[in-house]
Design a protein around this ligand. Structure first.
Ligand code: SIN
Length: 279
């Protein structure tokens, strides 16, 4: 087996083949995988066959495991790994599709996770892609006037804001004690490894902008989101069984697509890696 890494688009996404993450990984391979992740923000490692514990062990090639907030999705046999499934329901009986709507993970944490990893266990025959938006490109293509306007703004991030139409599954009581009520993060953040600036917005978790009224803040956030999600900034991932996908929450938005036959199971393992305070 020999590791091959190829780009999946010119700005976002790389795929790695010829590596088995259940086997010992040498330092050179680890360095190449980490470099591809940092450069392309989404790293797709193909053809893996892994138990939850093997996923947990393998992701530590890229960083330390972050404890996810909503423990109701934790796997009993390996609680640091959560599951993503299309078969859960809200208390009112409606289907819950985790991750629908653009977002960046756990931005309501003082130190949001630098990366999220999904491992595809069971997939529908078609559909269920994950779409990514490159927020470096989103920032860099803003007008200079807009870059100046947002340069020093800080957003208030909460678990679930009061104005999003997308609803999250509520936190269990024990998790509520651990999850901050609100944190402030800059709307423009600098990637700690590359020094590139990125827009850092999150439609479901930003309650408002410090010092601005809702009447000013919400249209501004909508304008930034519309600009960010244009197709030129996107990479769309069509899952294959055995894909392990790692993405960089510091410079991407992502969303799941619920565009497939809901009688078919879509089931993935999810784990996150610790990040730093955005600045
Ligand atoms: C997520 O937002 O973490 C889930 C994305 C997906 O299921 O494609």
């Amino acid at each position: 087996m020999s590791l091959t890494i190829t780009k999946l688009s010119d700005h976002t996404g790389a795929q790695a083949t010829g590596v088995d993450l259940t086997r010992p990984i040498d330092d050179a391979t680890k360095a190449r995988l980490n470099a591809a992740f940092t450069e392309q923000s989404v790293l797709v490692i193909r053809d893996q066959a892994m138990t939850p514990q093997q996923v947990l062990d393998a992701v530590q090639l890229f960083g330390e495991v972050f404890i996810q907030h909503n423990t109701r999705f934790a796997l009993p046999e390996c609680p640091q790994i959560h599951y993503i499934s299309n078969q859960d329901q809200f208390p009112d009986g409606t289907r819950y599709i985790p991750g629908e709507g653009y977002h960046t993970d756990h931005s309501n944490d003082a130190r949001p996770p630098k990366a999220t990893v999904l491992f595809a266990v069971t997939l529908p025959d078609r559909g269920g892609d994950t779409q990514y938006v490159n927020m470096h490109r989103a920032y860099e293509s803003l007008s200079p006037a807009m870059q100046v306007r947002i340069a020093d703004l800080k957003a208030i991030h909460v678990y679930q804001n009061s104005h999003s139409t997308r609803k999250l599954m509520g936190l269990p009581d024990a998790a509520k004690e651990r999850v901050p009520n609100a944190v402030l993060h800059p709307i423009v953040r600098t990637h700690p490894e590359t020094g590139r600036k990125a827009l850092y917005i999150n439609p479901i978790r930003i309650e408002g902008i410090l010092g601005l009224s809702h009447a000013e803040a919400l249209p501004l956030l909508d304008t930034l989101l519309e600009h960010a999600i244009q197709p030129a900034h996107q990479y769309r991932h069509s899952w294959r069984k055995g894909d392990l996908v790692l993405w960089d929450n510091r410079c991407l938005l992502h969303k799941a697509n619920g565009d497939y036959d809901m009688n078919q199971l879509r089931y993935l393992y999810r784990v996150m890696l610790k990040g730093t305070v955005p600045n």
